[in-house]
Design a binder for this molecule. Structure first.
Ligand code: SF4
Length: 330
Protein backbone atom coordinates (compact mmCIF):
# COMPACT_ATOMS: atom_id res chain seq x y z
CA UNK A 1 0.00 0.00 0.00
CA UNK A 2 1.36 3.43 -0.90
CA UNK A 3 2.31 5.88 1.81
CA UNK A 4 -0.50 8.33 2.70
CA UNK A 5 -0.14 11.95 1.64
CA UNK A 6 -0.83 13.17 5.18
CA UNK A 7 -0.07 11.13 8.26
CA UNK A 8 -0.52 12.08 11.91
CA UNK A 9 0.80 9.81 14.62
CA UNK A 10 0.14 10.36 18.33
CA UNK A 11 -0.65 13.98 17.54
CA UNK A 12 -1.70 16.15 20.50
CA UNK A 13 -2.58 19.79 20.93
CA UNK A 14 -2.66 21.35 24.39
CA UNK A 15 -3.10 25.00 25.17
CA UNK A 16 -3.71 27.26 28.12
CA UNK A 17 -6.99 29.13 28.23
CA UNK A 18 -7.19 32.33 30.18
CA UNK A 19 -10.04 32.42 32.70
CA UNK A 20 -11.57 35.38 34.51
CA UNK A 21 -10.11 34.10 37.80
CA UNK A 22 -6.62 33.88 36.26
CA UNK A 23 -6.93 37.45 34.93
CA UNK A 24 -7.54 38.84 38.43
CA UNK A 25 -4.86 36.65 40.01
CA UNK A 26 -7.30 34.29 41.75
CA UNK A 27 -6.49 31.17 39.78
CA UNK A 28 -4.51 29.63 37.00
CA UNK A 29 -5.37 29.45 33.29
CA UNK A 30 -7.11 26.22 32.25
CA UNK A 31 -5.06 23.52 30.58
CA UNK A 32 -7.06 22.35 27.58
CA UNK A 33 -6.25 19.05 25.90
CA UNK A 34 -7.96 19.80 22.60
CA UNK A 35 -6.43 16.92 20.61
CA UNK A 36 -5.04 13.77 22.24
CA UNK A 37 -2.95 11.02 20.71
CA UNK A 38 -4.54 11.18 17.26
CA UNK A 39 -3.59 8.74 14.51
CA UNK A 40 -4.98 9.74 11.13
CA UNK A 41 -4.03 9.12 7.51
CA UNK A 42 -5.30 10.80 4.34
CA UNK A 43 -4.35 8.94 1.17
CA UNK A 44 -3.60 10.53 -2.20
CA UNK A 45 -6.83 11.44 -3.96
CA UNK A 46 -8.81 10.15 -0.99
CA UNK A 47 -11.71 11.82 0.79
CA UNK A 48 -11.80 11.43 4.55
CA UNK A 49 -14.60 12.74 6.75
CA UNK A 50 -13.92 13.86 10.31
CA UNK A 51 -17.10 13.77 12.40
CA UNK A 52 -18.07 14.39 16.01
CA UNK A 53 -20.12 16.74 18.14
CA UNK A 54 -19.40 20.48 18.31
CA UNK A 55 -16.42 21.25 20.52
CA UNK A 56 -14.82 17.80 20.19
CA UNK A 57 -11.61 19.21 18.71
CA UNK A 58 -12.24 18.73 14.98
CA UNK A 59 -11.33 22.29 14.02
CA UNK A 60 -8.23 22.30 16.24
CA UNK A 61 -7.09 19.03 14.69
CA UNK A 62 -7.70 20.34 11.15
CA UNK A 63 -5.62 23.44 11.85
CA UNK A 64 -2.86 21.48 13.56
CA UNK A 65 -2.62 19.17 10.53
CA UNK A 66 -1.75 22.22 8.42
CA UNK A 67 0.39 23.74 11.15
CA UNK A 68 -1.91 26.74 11.37
CA UNK A 69 -1.60 26.00 15.07
CA UNK A 70 1.34 24.17 16.58
CA UNK A 71 0.92 20.59 17.77
CA UNK A 72 2.35 20.02 21.26
CA UNK A 73 3.38 16.41 20.67
CA UNK A 74 3.42 13.71 18.03
CA UNK A 75 4.50 13.21 14.47
CA UNK A 76 3.10 14.86 11.36
CA UNK A 77 4.21 13.82 7.89
CA UNK A 78 3.24 15.18 4.47
CA UNK A 79 4.44 13.32 1.37
CA UNK A 80 7.10 11.63 3.49
CA UNK A 81 8.44 14.89 4.99
CA UNK A 82 8.31 15.85 8.64
CA UNK A 83 6.01 18.89 8.86
CA UNK A 84 6.86 19.73 12.45
CA UNK A 85 10.47 20.60 11.69
CA UNK A 86 9.87 22.56 8.45
CA UNK A 87 11.69 25.88 8.19
CA UNK A 88 9.68 29.06 7.46
CA UNK A 89 10.54 28.90 3.76
CA UNK A 90 9.63 25.20 3.53
CA UNK A 91 6.39 25.94 5.36
CA UNK A 92 5.60 28.62 2.77
CA UNK A 93 6.21 26.07 0.01
CA UNK A 94 4.01 23.55 1.87
CA UNK A 95 1.14 26.07 1.80
CA UNK A 96 1.07 25.66 -1.97
CA UNK A 97 0.37 21.97 -1.54
CA UNK A 98 -2.17 22.02 1.30
CA UNK A 99 -4.93 24.53 1.87
CA UNK A 100 -7.85 25.13 4.18
CA UNK A 101 -11.43 26.17 3.44
CA UNK A 102 -12.99 27.82 6.47
CA UNK A 103 -16.44 27.61 8.00
CA UNK A 104 -17.40 31.27 7.95
CA UNK A 105 -17.65 32.31 4.29
CA UNK A 106 -17.83 36.05 5.09
CA UNK A 107 -15.35 36.19 7.95
CA UNK A 108 -12.67 34.32 6.02
CA UNK A 109 -12.52 36.97 3.25
CA UNK A 110 -11.01 40.44 3.44
CA UNK A 111 -14.06 42.77 3.30
CA UNK A 112 -12.06 45.47 1.49
CA UNK A 113 -11.00 43.32 -1.45
CA UNK A 114 -13.04 42.50 -4.52
CA UNK A 115 -13.29 38.91 -5.68
CA UNK A 116 -10.67 39.57 -8.33
CA UNK A 117 -8.30 41.22 -5.85
CA UNK A 118 -8.72 38.34 -3.36
CA UNK A 119 -7.81 35.74 -5.96
CA UNK A 120 -5.12 37.83 -7.69
CA UNK A 121 -3.35 38.23 -4.36
CA UNK A 122 -2.77 34.47 -4.14
CA UNK A 123 -1.20 34.38 -7.61
CA UNK A 124 1.06 37.34 -6.72
CA UNK A 125 2.12 36.18 -3.24
CA UNK A 126 3.02 32.70 -4.47
CA UNK A 127 4.32 33.95 -7.85
CA UNK A 128 2.23 31.37 -9.63
CA UNK A 129 2.20 33.03 -13.06
CA UNK A 130 3.41 36.19 -14.85
CA UNK A 131 1.52 39.33 -13.78
CA UNK A 132 0.12 39.68 -17.31
CA UNK A 133 -1.60 36.29 -16.96
CA UNK A 134 -3.17 36.77 -13.53
CA UNK A 135 -6.49 38.18 -14.74
CA UNK A 136 -6.97 35.25 -17.12
CA UNK A 137 -6.12 32.73 -14.41
CA UNK A 138 -8.56 34.41 -12.00
CA UNK A 139 -11.35 34.12 -14.60
CA UNK A 140 -10.57 30.43 -15.15
CA UNK A 141 -10.66 29.83 -11.44
CA UNK A 142 -13.98 31.61 -11.01
CA UNK A 143 -15.45 29.53 -13.80
CA UNK A 144 -14.16 26.34 -12.20
CA UNK A 145 -16.03 27.04 -8.94
CA UNK A 146 -19.20 28.25 -10.68
CA UNK A 147 -18.80 32.02 -10.19
CA UNK A 148 -19.87 34.33 -12.97
CA UNK A 149 -17.09 36.70 -14.16
CA UNK A 150 -19.61 39.52 -13.54
CA UNK A 151 -18.93 39.07 -9.81
CA UNK A 152 -15.22 39.86 -10.07
CA UNK A 153 -15.66 43.49 -8.94
CA UNK A 154 -17.92 42.64 -5.99
CA UNK A 155 -16.84 42.76 -2.35
CA UNK A 156 -17.95 40.14 0.21
CA UNK A 157 -20.82 42.24 1.63
CA UNK A 158 -22.53 42.22 -1.78
CA UNK A 159 -22.20 38.45 -2.27
CA UNK A 160 -24.41 35.67 -0.92
CA UNK A 161 -23.01 33.17 1.59
CA UNK A 162 -22.76 30.53 -1.14
CA UNK A 163 -20.89 32.92 -3.46
CA UNK A 164 -18.49 33.86 -0.65
CA UNK A 165 -17.81 30.19 0.04
CA UNK A 166 -17.11 29.63 -3.68
CA UNK A 167 -14.57 32.47 -3.49
CA UNK A 168 -13.01 30.78 -0.44
CA UNK A 169 -12.80 27.51 -2.36
CA UNK A 170 -11.33 29.27 -5.42
CA UNK A 171 -8.72 30.94 -3.21
CA UNK A 172 -7.73 27.52 -1.82
CA UNK A 173 -7.57 26.03 -5.34
CA UNK A 174 -5.50 28.88 -6.80
CA UNK A 175 -2.21 27.36 -5.62
CA UNK A 176 -3.06 23.97 -7.16
CA UNK A 177 -3.06 22.08 -3.84
CA UNK A 178 -2.91 18.32 -3.42
CA UNK A 179 -4.76 18.44 -0.08
CA UNK A 180 -7.70 20.53 1.08
CA UNK A 181 -8.97 20.55 4.65
CA UNK A 182 -12.52 21.89 4.64
CA UNK A 183 -13.81 22.87 8.08
CA UNK A 184 -17.62 22.70 8.19
CA UNK A 185 -17.74 24.53 4.84
CA UNK A 186 -21.52 24.32 4.45
CA UNK A 187 -22.79 24.62 8.01
CA UNK A 188 -23.20 28.42 7.80
CA UNK A 189 -25.09 28.25 4.50
CA UNK A 190 -28.80 27.96 3.70
CA UNK A 191 -29.89 24.37 3.20
CA UNK A 192 -30.74 25.10 -0.44
CA UNK A 193 -27.15 26.22 -1.09
CA UNK A 194 -25.46 23.45 0.88
CA UNK A 195 -26.14 20.80 -1.76
CA UNK A 196 -24.58 22.99 -4.48
CA UNK A 197 -21.39 23.50 -2.50
CA UNK A 198 -21.20 19.80 -1.62
CA UNK A 199 -21.59 18.91 -5.29
CA UNK A 200 -18.78 21.35 -6.07
CA UNK A 201 -16.49 19.62 -3.56
CA UNK A 202 -17.39 16.24 -5.02
CA UNK A 203 -16.64 17.37 -8.57
CA UNK A 204 -13.36 19.10 -7.66
CA UNK A 205 -12.17 16.19 -5.55
CA UNK A 206 -12.84 13.77 -8.38
CA UNK A 207 -11.61 15.90 -11.30
CA UNK A 208 -8.47 17.22 -9.62
CA UNK A 209 -7.70 14.01 -7.70
CA UNK A 210 -7.59 16.10 -4.54
CA UNK A 211 -7.03 14.62 -1.13
CA UNK A 212 -9.83 15.98 1.03
CA UNK A 213 -10.29 16.05 4.78
CA UNK A 214 -13.90 17.13 5.25
CA UNK A 215 -14.76 18.21 8.79
CA UNK A 216 -18.45 18.09 9.64
CA UNK A 217 -20.91 17.38 12.43
CA UNK A 218 -23.33 16.13 9.75
CA UNK A 219 -22.91 12.40 9.29
CA UNK A 220 -25.22 12.31 6.27
CA UNK A 221 -22.98 14.74 4.38
CA UNK A 222 -19.86 12.76 5.20
CA UNK A 223 -21.50 9.51 4.21
CA UNK A 224 -22.36 10.98 0.83
CA UNK A 225 -19.02 12.66 0.17
CA UNK A 226 -16.23 10.67 1.83
CA UNK A 227 -14.70 7.27 1.23
CA UNK A 228 -13.23 7.06 4.72
CA UNK A 229 -14.51 8.40 8.03
CA UNK A 230 -12.87 9.21 11.35
CA UNK A 231 -15.05 9.65 14.43
CA UNK A 232 -13.76 12.02 17.10
CA UNK A 233 -14.77 12.29 20.74
CA UNK A 234 -13.18 14.75 23.18
CA UNK A 235 -10.04 15.16 21.07
CA UNK A 236 -9.57 11.43 20.36
CA UNK A 237 -10.24 9.43 17.20
CA UNK A 238 -12.34 6.53 18.46
CA UNK A 239 -13.14 4.83 15.15
CA UNK A 240 -11.67 5.07 11.65
CA UNK A 241 -12.41 3.11 8.52
CA UNK A 242 -14.15 2.92 5.14
CA UNK A 243 -17.35 4.96 5.34
CA UNK A 244 -19.71 2.18 4.33
CA UNK A 245 -18.13 -0.28 6.77
CA UNK A 246 -18.47 2.20 9.65
CA UNK A 247 -22.04 3.17 8.81
CA UNK A 248 -23.20 -0.40 8.20
CA UNK A 249 -21.63 -1.82 11.31
CA UNK A 250 -20.34 0.82 13.74
CA UNK A 251 -18.15 -0.72 16.45
CA UNK A 252 -17.63 2.04 18.97
CA UNK A 253 -20.62 2.86 21.24
CA UNK A 254 -20.16 6.58 20.46
CA UNK A 255 -20.31 5.96 16.71
CA UNK A 256 -23.35 3.75 17.25
CA UNK A 257 -25.09 6.54 19.17
CA UNK A 258 -24.23 9.18 16.55
CA UNK A 259 -25.56 7.00 13.73
CA UNK A 260 -28.64 5.97 15.69
CA UNK A 261 -29.40 9.68 16.19
CA UNK A 262 -29.32 10.40 12.45
CA UNK A 263 -32.71 11.55 11.13
CA UNK A 264 -33.11 8.70 8.62
CA UNK A 265 -31.45 5.36 8.74
CA UNK A 266 -31.73 2.40 6.41
CA UNK A 267 -30.37 -0.14 8.86
CA UNK A 268 -33.56 -0.47 10.88
CA UNK A 269 -33.26 -3.05 13.59
CA UNK A 270 -29.52 -3.57 13.29
CA UNK A 271 -28.60 -0.92 15.85
CA UNK A 272 -29.74 -0.12 19.33
CA UNK A 273 -32.01 2.95 18.83
CA UNK A 274 -30.46 4.80 21.73
CA UNK A 275 -29.82 8.49 21.63
CA UNK A 276 -26.72 10.11 23.01
CA UNK A 277 -27.28 10.94 26.68
CA UNK A 278 -25.99 14.18 28.17
CA UNK A 279 -23.48 16.71 26.94
CA UNK A 280 -19.81 15.98 26.23
CA UNK A 281 -17.59 16.82 29.24
CA UNK A 282 -15.36 19.87 29.07
CA UNK A 283 -11.89 19.29 27.56
CA UNK A 284 -10.60 21.00 30.72
CA UNK A 285 -11.91 18.14 32.89
CA UNK A 286 -11.63 14.99 30.79
CA UNK A 287 -13.00 11.97 32.73
CA UNK A 288 -10.41 9.35 33.71
CA UNK A 289 -10.29 6.02 31.89
CA UNK A 290 -12.34 6.16 28.73
CA UNK A 291 -13.52 9.78 28.32
CA UNK A 292 -16.83 8.49 26.94
CA UNK A 293 -17.64 6.30 29.98
CA UNK A 294 -20.08 8.74 31.70
CA UNK A 295 -22.32 8.59 28.61
CA UNK A 296 -21.63 5.07 27.40
CA UNK A 297 -24.41 2.48 27.69
CA UNK A 298 -21.80 -0.31 27.50
CA UNK A 299 -19.44 1.08 30.18
CA UNK A 300 -17.72 -1.55 32.32
CA UNK A 301 -15.69 -1.09 35.52
CA UNK A 302 -12.45 -1.20 33.50
CA UNK A 303 -13.66 1.78 31.44
CA UNK A 304 -13.68 4.06 34.49
CA UNK A 305 -10.12 3.40 35.52
CA UNK A 306 -7.96 2.04 32.72
CA UNK A 307 -6.79 4.09 29.74
CA UNK A 308 -8.45 3.22 26.46
CA UNK A 309 -6.52 0.44 24.70
CA UNK A 310 -4.48 1.06 21.56
CA UNK A 311 -6.22 0.95 18.20
CA UNK A 312 -7.64 -2.47 17.46
CA UNK A 313 -8.34 -3.56 13.87
CA UNK A 314 -11.83 -5.03 13.59
CA UNK A 315 -12.43 -6.12 10.02
CA UNK A 316 -11.61 -3.04 7.91
CA UNK A 317 -12.14 -0.63 10.80
CA UNK A 318 -9.87 0.62 13.58
CA UNK A 319 -11.52 1.17 16.95
CA UNK A 320 -10.40 2.19 20.44
CA UNK A 321 -12.66 0.69 23.10
CA UNK A 322 -12.41 -1.90 25.90
CA UNK A 323 -15.12 -3.91 24.16
CA UNK A 324 -12.44 -4.83 21.62
CA UNK A 325 -9.36 -5.68 23.71
CA UNK A 326 -6.11 -6.61 22.03
CA UNK A 327 -5.56 -10.36 21.94
CA UNK A 328 -3.28 -11.60 24.73
CA UNK A 329 -0.48 -12.56 22.32
CA UNK A 330 -0.51 -9.16 20.51
FE1 SF4 B 1 -17.84 2.50 26.39
FE2 SF4 B 1 -15.88 1.37 27.74
FE3 SF4 B 1 -15.79 1.39 25.09
FE4 SF4 B 1 -15.45 3.65 26.47
S1 SF4 B 1 -14.10 1.86 26.46
S2 SF4 B 1 -16.71 3.38 24.68
S3 SF4 B 1 -16.85 3.35 28.17
S4 SF4 B 1 -17.28 0.32 26.41
Amino acid sequence: MSEPLLLAESLSVRFRRTTLASLIGRGRPDNVQAVADVHLAVGRGQSVGLVGESGCGKTTLGRALLRLIEPSAGRLMFDGRDLITLSESDLFAFRRRAQMVFQDPYGSLNPRLTVEETLSEVFSVHRLCPVSKIRERVRELMQRVGLSPDLSTRRPYSLSGGQCQRVGIARALAVGPELIIADEPVSALDVSIQAQILNLFETLQHDMRLSLLFISHDLGVVRHLCRMVAVMYLGRIVEFGPTEAVFESPRHPYTQALIAAMPRLDVEGSLPRRGLAGEPPSPVAVPPGCPFHPRCPEAMPVCRNDPVPEERVEGRVKVRCHLYPLPMHA
